[in-house]
Write a protein that binds this ligand. Sequence first.
Ligand code: UDP
Length: 235
Amino acid sequence: MVCKGVSVYEGKAKIVFKTDDRHRLLIEFKDDATAFDGVKKDRLPDKGILNNRLSAIFFRLLEENGIETHFIESVSDREMLVKALEIIPVEVVVRNIAAGSIAKRLGLEEGVKLNRTVLEFSLKDDALHDPMINHYHIYALDLATAEEMAEIEKTALAINAILIPYLEAKGIKLVDFKLEFGRYQGRVILGDEISPDTCRFWDSSSGEKLDKDRFRRDLGGVVDAYREVLRRLEN
Ligand code: UDP
């Protein structure tokens, strides 16, 4: 039994609670959706339940493939127990196909396959709108060490190599996704979530978007798309 304590952090889509064990936290996935720096907001009933289930599936898959994550266990329909990490304030985006900000920034047509996987880093800071940074910034600001960055990059690429074929077998193209890492007992391990809120998933045959872009672009059927991803992963 986990004893839920006070909340230590509330983000746009999740609330983090203390537990009676200082090495463990409880994450609650909310139904709130935000986009464009919080300018667009809505409540999408059941989104939190779906993201909790989907993240648990992805974290278990990664653990089975030798990637350490913060995931311990699901404890309710919208809560998971995790290891308490010291979060490294660098968001890591992994891209296989051009979409979203890279398409805009570099003038690429959405859907163009990148010749190799692209990693991008952003400072995790809402007030500054998560500016993109490079290794020089990361070391100059002491956000992570060179050893930690080497581990983060190797792990991000390994995660991509696990997820691509797994999703392809479910008829889903992995366009891009965002990861966050943290320190735990001297190691750097995967934290945060892996869900359609933080990934771009396209149906392999129709190209239909099965992720948060449905919300960002007012395409409708957001929760139905998340449910469809869950249905495919559970089959
Ligand atoms: N992403 C995220 N949180 C962020 C920014 C991006 O989870 O704060 C994810 C996003 O869902 C997509 C990938 O990272 O799967 C790349 O996003 P992009 O840079 O294209 O940004 P966006 O389209 O959100 O402006």
